[in-house]
Design a binder for this molecule. Sequence first.
Ligand code: GZL
Length: 379
Amino acid sequence: MKRKLALMMVAAMTMASVVGCGGGSDEAAPAAAETETEAPAETEAPAETEAEAPAETEAEAEAPAASGDVIRVGFAQVGHESDWRTAATQSAQTVFSAENGYELSFVDCDNDSAAQLEAVRNFIQQDMDYIIIDPIVSTGWDAVLTECEDAGIPVVVIDRTIDDSDKYVSWVGSDFKVEGLACGEWLAAYAEAKGISEINALVIEGSTGASATIGRTEGFKEIADREGWTILDSQDGDFTEAGGQEVMESYCQSYAGQFNVVICQNDNEAYGAMTAMDAAGVTYGVDGDVIIVSFDSNKPAVQLVLDGKLNATFECNPLAAPTVDEVIKQLAAGETPEKEIYMAEAWLASEDIVSSITVNGEEQPIIHVTDEVLANRAY
Ligand code: GZL
C-alpha cells in the first residue's frame, strides 16, 4: 500500500526539483547537502481505479524496478575528500540517473558521521525505495539500520564496511586488508630484488576509524612484522592531499635521514607527501632515496608510476555503482543478492622487477605500468 500511495504522489508530480548543491566537487560542499536528479517529466497518469488497473500484489507494489516505476534511491556518501571519492560519486550519479529509471537523492556527508546518520534517517522519512551507504566509520550503525529494516527499506553498503551490524542486503567493495598485504608483499619482493636489507617505513594513514584505514594498516603491518621491518611512525592524513603534506612535513622534521619507505594510504596523500619531500630536499621514486607507494590508483597516480615518481600503487576500485544497480534489480525481481561482493582490482608498479606476489596463498600479478596500461585505466 505504501508503494501505491507513493506512486500516486509521484504521478501527480511533474518534475522533482533540485533541492540543494551536490557533493563530489573539489569545493567544500556544505555538510549533508542533498540533491535530487530530475525525474522524467510525468504525463498526467490516467485516473487509477481498481476496476481499470490490474490489482498489484504486495510484492509487485514493493518492487518498483519490476513494475517500471521510478526507483527512488537515497545515497549517503562519505564526502568529497579525494579523487577516489569523486570517481565513486560520479559513477553513482551516472548509474542512478533519471534516464536509467532512478530518482537519486545524493547527500555529501562531508566526512561527518553524525550528518551521515541524519541523512539516512531523512531517507527513511522520505520513504526511499532503497538506501545506499558508504559508511564514514565502521561502527555506530545498528540503531539506524534497524530503523531502515523496520521501515522496510533495503540498504546496500558500498566501499567501506559496517562492522557492528549486518542489517543490510549486500556490501559491495574491496578487501582493504588484502590491499595492505599486497603492498607489503610487493615491498618485500622489491627490496630483495634491489638488495635493500633494511626497511624503515613511515605510514600516512587514512581517516581514523575508516575500514579502509584499518584494513590497509593491518595488512601492511602483518608483513612488516614478518619481515622485521621498522615502522617509525603511522599518523592520520585523512585521505586528503593537505593531510598527506602536513604529516609528511612533520615526518621530514622528526625522521630526517632515518626513513627509506613512505606508505600513503591513498593517492591524494601521496601527492601531498611528494610536495613536502620536494620542499625538504628528500628524493623519492625509482631514482630517489625513498620508496613511495599509494592506494587507490586513480589515473593521475598511475601517470606518476609511469613517470617513476611513485614506485607502486595498489588499486581500490571506486566503481561500485553498476554492481549496486544489479543488486537492486535482483531485489526487485524477488531474488537474493550475494551478501558480500568484491570488486576486481590490480597492483601496479613502475619497474618490471617483481612480476607477481602471493597474497593469502593466491598468486597475483604485478602490472608493469606502460603507456598502454595508463591509457586503458577507467578512472
Ligand atoms: C576506500 C575509500 C577510501 C579511499 C580514499 O575504499 O573508502 O576513501 O582509499 C577515500 O581515497 O577517501
